[in-house]
Every structure is written in structure tokens, then in C-alpha cells.
Design a protein around this ligand. Structure first.
Ligand SMILES: [Zn+2]
Ligand SMILES: [Zn+2]
Length: 179
């Protein structure tokens, strides 16, 4: 059962393949890139953000009812995301249903007033994409600040993470695959 990535049409273009390749390197399995017109739900006018839970609701509906995508599915979107009780989230996973979303809204240098750089955007999107897919592969959060499964609360914490799983998480992933 392969892992899949759905790239929102409004997400940054031209970086899909480098992101997929980097995620493949981090997780040790190559995601398939699927293309469907997908409606992004959950816009909150007051916050000017999207409710990540509502996006996952539709994603779940889309997979199970309309299309025959088997295996975990990650949506990459440019919309800024929140969940109730949080100002924002970089992404959200619903492991029981095999769906996750990651937002590029706060992953580009431009968001922080720095020079845009595709290489940085690719790195961060791959790290957070691999993180959410890691949850779909039943990995939990990790306390190692350099591990992809560490939960970053800030941009600096995100950049401190390396593009790899720590040995403990790698082992956990391998044993889940066997089991
Ligand atoms: Zn997480
Ligand atoms: Zn780890």
C-alpha cells in the first residue's frame, strides 16, 4: 500500500517532484503524486484561515467515496491552517482515517520577511510533509529536536530539524512495516 500526495492547484508549483523525492528519502518509500481538482473547505473569514479539521473531513470523504486512492494520503495546500485552540498549525494528520494536510503558508522565507528561496521551501515542505505522513504510518511525536517527528512550534524549531528520522523513529517505522 503506497503513500500518496495530492498537490492543491494553488500550492506553490514546480516544487512537487523535489518535495516527493525528499520525502521518499526521509521515509524510505516513494509517494505517488495524485492530481484531482480538490475543493478546500473550512474557510474562516474572521481568521482568514482554513480549519484543518474540515479539510480532513472532505479529504476523507473524497478518498473513501469518490476515488479509489488506497493508502495514506497527504494534501499539500498553500492555505493557512488552524485548529480550534491553536493560532495556526503547520499541518494535521488523522491516522485512523489515513488522511493528512500540510500547509506551505508559513514555510516560505517570504512569510518571515526574508528573501524567497525555493530550496528552503522544498526542505520545509518535505520535512513537514514527511512528519504528517509519518503520523499516518503510525509514528508518534519524537523528543529529539533534530528528528522529522519532532513537533515544531516555531519556524526556528522547524529549521533545526534535519531531513531524516532519528534512529529510534526509523526503527519504529521498520517494525511497523514488518508487522
Ligand atoms: Zn505531529
Ligand atoms: Zn525520532
Amino acid at each position: 500500500m503506497g503513500i500518496n500526495i495530492l498537490w492543491d492547484q494553488q500550492a506553490p508549483g514546480g516544487i512537487e517532484l523535489p518535495v516527493v523525492r525528499m520525502i521518499a528519502m526521509i521515509l524510505g518509500q516513494e509517494p505517488g503524486l495524485v492530481e484531482y481538482p480538490f475543493l478546500i473547505d473550512g474557510y474562516d473569514r474572521n481568521r482568514n484561515q482554513h480549519d484543518a479539521q474540515k479539510i480532513l473531513d472532505r479529504l476523507q470523504d473524497t478518498i473513501t467515496r469518490r476515488y479509489t486512492i488506497s493508502g495514506p494520503l497527504l494534501l499539500v495546500t498553500s492555505r493557512d491552517l488552524y485548529v480550534n485552540g491553536c493560532d495556526f498549525v503547520f499541518g494535521l494528520a488523522r491516522p485512523a482515517c489515513g488522511v493528512a494536510v500540510v500547509s506551505t503558508a508559513r514555510l516560505g522565507n517570504d512569510y518571515y520577511g526574508r528573501m524567497p528561496d525555493d530550496a528552503d521551501l522544498i526542505d520545509r515542505t518535505a520535512k513537514e510533509g514527511a512528519h504528517e505522513l509519518g503520523h499516518l504510518l503510525r509514528l508518534a511525536h519524537c523528543e529529539n529536536p533534530e528528528c522529522v517527528m519532532f513537533q515544531p512550534r516555531t519556524y526556528d524549531e522547524l529549521d533545526r530539524k534535519k531531513k531524516m528520522l532519528c534512529p529510534v523513529c526509523r526503527e519504529a517505522l521498520a517494525s511497523r512495516r514488518e508487522g
